[in-house]
Design a protein. Structure first.
Lengths: 353, 235
């Protein structure tokens, strides 16, 4: 990733127009209907005739089968997101970059896990998704690190530095990656809404509104997971600031009684979008289905915002989510088909809009 | 066997003692074998259940990991697995079932809470939790299956050994001992008969010798009698 912070005015018109054209190239329902009936080889062949051709050809010598498809999907996604950062200027660049730092967080966590488990450099490198704000040199430096301490040192000056330094002490005391991983994720989420201008224009408000929804959904998911797992931890420890629905204290109280949490969600502004998912959660209690419904609701919410405010950051986020979703859907189809899952089961896992 | 034994009364008594001991041992071993078979049948039933549960758990775990790999990506699943900090530990003790020492496997740190699995909660999803749950369940079942099936194998070995011992006693040792006993008894009877015959012979011989002696004595008496009379007459 080699983008630099844009300067000057945001160019919403230009970026949203380009994004709309990119969005039109995403796989549609017909494509998915064909894909779910194909084996991994056929999927790769189908992708070769789409915009994934370049990535499949480039990676074909090193990988094969579903791994090839997955790596090609990641590389293509990275290319598209890099384009977004290249096109965007001003505050729009800042908002997109903040959001795409999720891949920086991913890469940092992957390197940490790789070093922790003693994986070799090639294995770690294959798992990276270079779609964030870190440029190739920064990512390569991370890869060259020979210890977790070096990674923490190399990240000084980035948004992850403060959290990681504190978490590193806990890591040294407990020899557990959890504090480091949580610090990276927390830094990412906190960075999304940090240092926003006091006088917010409409674009900033929309940006905030979208991210609040994402943070709320993330908090709900985590609270429910912690409640279900019986882990003896304070849900407030995993609370991400910035959502609209809960404070850390409220979530602590609600995590103990999932029923109340669900009731609270029903009354929230997302209640209508999540009604079906909440019914499912009440009935079957399956968290996976609920998470899938949350993902679909977030996609829908982003689409709704991008239709209401077509010249804003919302269409860009809606595209980012849709592209991520395409990657996840194709990967799900390929992996599902490789594992021999029935077509119905694969279709159930897809989130389509 | 029979020819190796000296047909003496002492040996006969020793053999009789051995027969008694062997018969007692045979009964005990037969009871042990039957008991082991009953225990084995129980363990076999248990093992069948454990196997079937393990198969179910394996299928469920495989399905959850397929879904997790499909939806979260292979990379995310491998990453979460690599973050595991505390590996399960197994301690093997032993217990005794009818004299057979079988392992008793105790596992710790197999089932983990969400905060003990090593991966961060904020950046992962419930699919990975479900896969981890399912594999922890499977691992527990595998450990249980290892315990039950090892016990079953050991019981089977013990049943086989006991059966061989029972058969050896029943078809080899006891028949041989009985044969030896019979042989010695026959020999002893024969010796007794020979002894009686010999005694009879000796007695006959003795009697005939006595008779001969008596006859000789009477003959001598008859010859000495008329000479005396002559002497008296001449006086």
């Amino acid at each position: 990733m080699s983008a630099t912070a844009g300067s000057g005015e945001s160019n919403y018109e230009y970026v949203t127009a380009r994004v709309r054209s990119r969005r039109a190239k995403l796989f549609d329902e017909d494509d998915y209907r064909k894909l779910v009936r194909m084996g991994p080889g056929e999927i790769a062949r189908f992708m070769e005739e789409s915009e994934y051709e370049a990535e499949l050809n480039a990676l074909g010598a090193r990988h094969s089968g579903v791994d090839l498809i997955e790596y090609a999907l990641h590389r293509n996604m990275a290319k598209h997101f890099e384009d977004l950062l290249r096109w965007a200027d001003g505050r729009l660049y800042d908002y997109v970059a903040r959001y795409l730092r999720t891949f920086d967080a991913w890469n940092v966590k992957t390197v940490l896990r790789g070093l922790y488990s003693g994986a070799d450099r090639e294995a770690i490198e294959a798992d990276l998704i270079r779609a964030g704000e870190f440029d190739d040199r920064q990512v390569d430096r991370l890869l060259e690190a020979d210890s977790i301490e070096t990674v923490v040192d190399q990240l000084s000056g980035t948004m992850f530095a403060d959290g990681l330094e504190t978490a590193f002490e806990t890591y040294e005391a407990e020899d557990s990656l959890v504090p480091l991983e949580n610090a990276v994720d927390r830094a990412y989420y906190e960075g999304l809404l940090a240092d926003l201008p006091r006088e917010r224009d409409r674009a900033t408000e929309l940006y905030v509104e979208f991210l609040e929804a994402e943070i709320d959904f993330r908090n709900v998911r985590n609270a429910l997971r912690l409640a279900r797992s019986g882990a003896d931890v304070d849900p407030a420890e995993y609370f991400i600031e910035g959502g609209r629905l809960f404070s850390a204290g409220e979530l602590r109280g609600l995590a103990g009684s999932p029923g109340e949490l669900v009731a609270r969600l029903r009354e929230s502004p997302y209640g209508e979008d999540l009604a079906a998912a909440l019914d499912d959660l009440d009935a079957a209690g399956g968290l996976v289905d609920f998470e899938r419904a949350l993902e679909a609701a977030l996609l829908e919410y982003a689409d709704h915002l991008s239709n209401v405010y077509p010249l804003s950051v919302c269409p860009v986020f809606a595209y980012v989510l849709a592209k991520e979703r395409e990657v996840e859907n194709v990967r799900a189809i390929a992996r599902g088909s490789e594992a021999g899952l029935p077509t119905e089961a694969i279709e159930e896992e897809l989130v389509l809009l | 066997m029979t020819t190796d034994v000296k047909p003496t009364r002492k040996n006969l008594m020793a053999i009789e003692d051995r027969i008694e001991l062997s018969e007692r041992g045979h009964d005990t071993l037969e009871k042990k074998r039957d008991g082991l078979i009953m225990e084995f049948m129980d363990i076999l039933d248990q093992s069948k259940d454990v196997r079937s549960d393990m198969q179910d758990d394996y299928e469920a775990a495989q399905e959850t990991i397929d879904v997790a790999r499909a939806m979260e990506g292979d990379v995310a699943v491998r990453g979460a697995a690599a973050a595991l900090e505390e590996h399960p530990e197994i301690t093997i003790n032993s217990k005794n079932i009818m004299g057979v020492v079988v392992p008793q496997i105790e596992s710790t740190k197999v089932k983990k809470r969400l905060d003990e699995r090593g991966y961060g909660v904020l950046g992962t999803s419930a699919r990975i939790d479900e896969a981890a749950d399912a594999y922890e369940e499977l691992l527990e079942q595998i450990i249980l299956a290892a315990e039950v099936e090892t016990a079953m194998k050991k019981m089977l070995d013990e049943i086989e050994t006991t059966k061989r011992r029972v058969n050896a006693l029943e078809f080899k040792l006891l028949p041989d001992l009985h044969e030896s006993q019979e042989y010695i008894e026959q020999k002893l009877e024969e010796q007794e008969r020979e002894e009686i015959f010999r005694m009879k012979k000796i007695k006959d011989k003795k009697e005939s010798e006595e008779k001969a002696a008596r006859e000789e004595a009477s003959t001598t008496e008859t010859q000495e009698g008329p000479e005396g009379e002559v002497a008296v007459t001449s006086d």
